[in-house]
Design a binder for this molecule. Structure first.
Ligand SMILES: Cc1ncc(COP(=O)(O)O)c(C=O)c1O
Length: 389
């Protein structure tokens, strides 16, 4: 299937199909296996058949990677067992001892921990930068800077980034742009078309859509794909076959689920803006949100994850609100069919920017429940918050 022949929804339904491999069945099955048999000594010695060993790929991983490359507009996609592993592999493909790395201050926190606790001891220095810098990130590029890690919008705090401007500044100096594109997915933000060299996606979120698998996808443009492919292959860490099978299944309905998450989350965000208990709603699709113009220019949609800042309240009052919620579960991850909420605080680790929201911060993952039920759950929570404050 060629990416330019059909429209997005058609591609999501048909990409990665290989009727021959699945013997006529609609879905490519979960191939399990380490050993692949060779037909003779010549092919064994030449290692030249389509599949050679389980860690190098199976028909299931091949179908998923091909479908994702088509969706992301990438030259190729590597699959790893989690989103965090995808970040780690992407960065390690680019930086080596003696190199310098720029990381947005708004990055997913474990990416930062990876930079500090793995890359730094191996001789890679990291500088954190203000996500709002845009093209001015160029001022932080040193002769040994090899990569810029971006994420738009930022984890939990939702700051937008001007990715095309960052990419232009980076490419003028031969620097590779890596992006965590998990929030928008390639459906709402085509990373490589916008100048990203290597994009990662935690398939754990919207590709799964059901909170039942862990997966990382790393897509790359033509320049970076051979290097990424060779590097990831060295590690021998393929994702589980069942997770790849479920991810392929999730891909078929991903656009529908994302569109519904967008609709629900935006409506809830607008309702939260009217609530006296809420000081600010952090959602890039809201017209007055800083960075909204960048979102409008570069993204074709918003997903179901956003944050709110409450008016000042005690920890006990926030706990009273959250502990009594019936529909919003408390737990990490997002992108599933169920609504979630977590309190968060970025003050302890930010270095390039100051996180001072002026009240308790909550991240909401809006699921597919009836919106009125979700509002009522939160309204009862707000009543508990006020009573306990
Ligand atoms: C923005 C972002 N990137 C990456 C990850 C990591 O994904 P995984 O949980 O599959 O390691 C997460 C997980 O919460 C995330 O929120």
């Amino acid at each position: 299937m060629t990416a330019d022949k059909h429209r997005l929804r058609t591609r999501l339904v048909h990409s990665g199909h290989d009727v021959e491999t699945s013997r006529g069945f609609v879905n490519v099955p979960a191939f399990r296996g380490s050993t692949v048999l060779y037909k003779d000594t010549a092919s064994l010695k030449a290692h030249n058949q389509r599949f050679t060993y389980g860690t190098h790929g199976t028909p299931t991983t091949e179908a998923l990677a091909a479908a994702w490359s088509e969706l992301a507009g990438a030259a190729g996609t590597a699959l790893v067992p989690s989103g965090l592993a995808a970040i780690a592999m992407a960065l390690q493909t680019v930086v080596k001892a003696g190199d310098h790395l720029l990381v947005t201050d708004s990055a997913y926190f474990p990416a930062r921990r990876f930079a500090e606790q793995v890359l730094r001891p191996f001789g890679v220095e990291t500088t954190y930068y203000d996500p709002a810098l845009g093209a001015r990130v160029a001022e932080l590029i040193r002769p040994n800077t090899k990569a810029i890690l971006t994420e738009a919008p930022g984890s939990q705090s939702l700051e937008m980034q001007d990715i095309p401007a960052i990419a232009e500044a980076a490419h003028k100096r031969g620097v590779c742009v890596v992006m965590d594109n998990t929030w928008a997915t390639p459906i709402f933000f085509p990373p490589h078309e916008r100048g990203v060299d290597i994009a990662i996606e935690a398939g754990t979120k919207y590709l799964s859509g059901h909170s039942d698998l862990l997966l990382g996808l790393i897509s790359a443009n033509a320049e970076w794909w051979p290097k990424l492919h060779a590097f990831v292959d060295l590690y021998g860490i393929p994702p589980g076959p069942e997770d790849c099978f479920l991810a392929l299944r999730g891909l078929r309905t991903m656009e529908l689920r994302l569109r519904e998450a967008e609709r629900q989350a935006l409506a809830l965000a607008q309702w939260l803006e009217t609530r006296a208990e809420v000081k600010r709603v952090l959602h890039p699709a809201l017209p007055h949100y800083p960075g909204h113009e960048i979102w409008k220019r570069d993204f074709s949609g918003s997903s179901g994850l956003f944050s709110i800042i409450l008016n000042p309240a005690s920890d006990e009052a926030v706990a009273a609100m959250l502990d009594g919620l019936e529909l919003f579960g408390m737990g990490f991850s997002w992108g599933g069919y169920e609504s979630l909420v977590i309190p968060f605080d970025c003050t302890t680790y930010r270095t390039a920017t100051k996180w001072a929201p002026g009240g308790p911060a909550l991240r909401l993952q809006v699921g597919l429940e009836d919106l009125e039920d979700l509002k009522e759950d939160l309204a009862r929570g707000f009543a508990r918050l006020t009573a306990a404050n």
